[in-house]
Design a protein around this ligand. Structure first.
Ligand code: C2E
Ligand code: SIN
Ligand code: SIN
Ligand code: FE
Length: 368
C-alpha cells in the first residue's frame, strides 16, 4: 500500500500554474488538475486524494471557502491542504493556517520547492497514520489483556469470598449486602459533600467491590473459634482479632505480584482497618479518629449494621431500629461521628435494602 503512487489534487483557475505544478509532481505522483472549487467537490464524490494544493484567489468560490468545506466534512477533513498563493502578507497566511491548511507556498514557486514541500507533507501524514494505527492496536491489545486479567481476578475473588463466607457460617448474602450498604453510604456522603476530596480520588465502584475481601483474613482463624455457637473467651477473641492484620498481609502479598493496584490497595486498607474504632480502642493498631483510613471507617459502620441485623452463630438478629440505635450510640466512640450523621439521615434506605433483600451485583464490565 505504501508503494502505491499517491494522488494529488491541484485547484487553480490559472492553467499556467496548473501546468507548472503538474510538471513538478507528475514523475512521482498521480496529479489531477482542477480549475474550480465546484469541480473539486464533484470529483471528491468519487476519489479522495492524499494531498490538495489549493489556490486562494479564484472566481466564484475562493480557497478559504473551499478549505472550510473540506475541513467540515468527515470524508475530507484529514486531507492535508497546502495553499498556493500570490498573496504574501502574513495576515492571509495566518488566516489560511487557522482554517486548517498545513502549509503555504507562495507563487511564483520553483518546481523543486513545490516537490519538496509535497514530499514532506505526505511523509508527515503517513507517519501520523502509522502512529494512529499503532496506538489503536496497542489499545486493542491492552483491552484484551485487561479483560483476561479481570476475569481471572474476579474468578479468584469469587472463590475466596465464598470460602470465607461459608467458613464464617454466616447466612448468605452478607458480602453482597455489605457492598450495597457501602455504596449507599458513599452515595449519601457525595450527595452531602462530606469527605468529597478524599472520595474524588477513588474509583468508587472499585472501592465498593474491594470490600468483598474485608474479612479474607478469617481464613487464618480456626473453625472452632470462627463457628463457635456461643460467646468467645478472651483468648479466642484475641485469635479472632488477628483476622484484620492477617487480611491486610494476605492482600499485600497478592498486590506484590500484580500490576493492578487500586483495587487491592482499597482491599488491603479495608481488611486492615475495618475493626479500628474512632476512640482508639479498636484493633489491630488502635488508630484514632481520622488516622483510621476512611475506607475502614466506612466499612466498620456497614459491617456492624449487617452483623447486627442478621443472625450469627453467637447472636440473634436485631431489628433495623435496634441496629440504628446501637450504631448511633457508638457515634464518637466506635464510629466516625460525621458518618453517623449521614447514616442517621439515610437509615431508611438501609431498612429498604434490608427488607427487600435488594442487592446490586457488580458485573465484570462495569468496573473495567
Ligand atoms: P461479625 O460477626 O461479622 O461482626 C462484626 C462486628 O459487628 C463485630 O466486630 C462487632 O463490632 C459488631 N457486632 C456484631 N454483633 C454485635 C452485637 O451483638 N452487638 C454489638 N454492639 N456489636 C456487634 P468484633 O466484635 O470485632 O468481632 C469480629 C468478629 O469476631 C465477628 O464478626 C465474629 O465473626 C467474631 N465474634 C465476635 N464476637 C463473637 C462471639 O461472641 N462469638 C463468636 N462465635 N464469634 C464472635
Ligand atoms: C492500613 O492502613 O493498611 C491498615 C491500617 C490499620 O490496620 O488500621
Ligand atoms: C449489643 O451491643 O450487643 C446490644 C445491646 C443493645 O441493645 O444496646
Ligand atoms: Fe471483620
Amino acid at each position: 500500500m505504501e508503494n502505491k503512487r499517491k494522488k494529488i489534487f491541484m485547484i487553480d483557475d490559472d492553467r499556467t500554474n496548473l501546468a507548472i505544478a503538474r510538471g513538478a509532481l507528475v514523475d512521482k505522483y498521480i496529479v489531477l488538475t482542477i480549475t474550480s472549487g465546484k469541480k473539486l467537490f464533484e470529483l471528491l464524490e468519487k476519489t479522495i486524494p492524499d494531498l490538495i494544493l489549493l489556490d486562494i484567489e479564484m472566481p466564484e468560490m475562493n480557497g478559504y471557502e473551499v478549505i472550510k468545506i473540506l475541513k467540515n466534512s468527515e470524508n475530507t477533513a484529514h486531507i492535508p491542504v497546502i495553499f498556493l498563493t500570490a498573496l504574501i502578507d502574513p495576515e492571509s497566511e495566518i488566516k489560511g493556517l487557522n482554517l486548517g491548511a498545513v502549509d503555504y507556498v507562495s507563487k511564483p514557486f520553483s518546481q523543486e520547492l513545490l516537490l519538496k514541500r509535497v514530499e514532506m507533507h505526505l511523509l508527515l501524514e503517513a507517519q501520523k497514520q502509522e502512529v494512529k494505527r499503532y496506538t489503536g492496536s496497542l489499545e486493542g491489545m491492552l483491552f484484551e489483556k485487561t479483560q483476561a486479567v479481570f476475569e481471572l481476578k474476579n474468578a479468584i475473588l469469587k472463590t475466596v469470598t465464598e470460602l470465607v463466607e461459608s467458613r464464617d457460617n454466616v447466612t448468605g448474602g452478607h458480602i453482597e449486602r455489605t457492598q450495597t450498604y457501602l455504596r449507599l453510604l458513599v452515595n449519601n456522603l457525595i450527595k452531602n459533600n462530606i469527605y468529597c476530596e478524599e472520595l474524588s480520588k477513588w474509583d468508587v465502584e472499585l472501592f465498593v467491590m474491594s470490600s468483598q475481601l474485608h474479612d479474607v483474613g478469617k481464613i487464618s482463624v480456626k473453625d472452632s473459634i470462627l463457628m463457635k455457637p456461643g460467646k468467645l473467651t478472651n483468648d479466642e477473641f484475641e485469635e479472632m482479632k488477628k483476622h484484620a492484620a492477617f487480611g491486610s498481609e494476605i492482600i499485600e502479598r497478592i498486590k506484590g505480584s500484580t500490576s493492578e493496584t487500586a483495587f487491592l490497595e482499597h482491599a488491603k486498607i479495608l481488611a486492615g482497618s475495618h475493626h479500628e474504632k474512632w476512640d482508639g480502642t479498636g484493633y489491630p493498631l488502635g488508630l484514632k479518629g481520622e488516622d483510621i483510613p476512611l475506607q475502614g471507617r466506612l466499612m466498620a459502620l456497614v459491617d456492624v449494621y449487617d452483623a447486627l441485623t442478621n443472625e450469627r452463630p453467637y447472636k440473634k438478629a436485631f431489628s433495623h431500629e435496634e441496629a440504628v440505635r446501637i450504631i448511633l450510640e457508638g457515634s464518637g466512640t466506635h464510629f466516625d461521628p460525621l458518618l453517623c450523621e449521614v447514616f442517621a439521615a439515610c437509615e431508611s434506605e438501609f431498612a429498604e435494602v434490608k427488607s427487600s433483600g435488594a442487592v446490586c451485583s457488580y458485573e465484570l464490565m462495569a468496573v473495567v
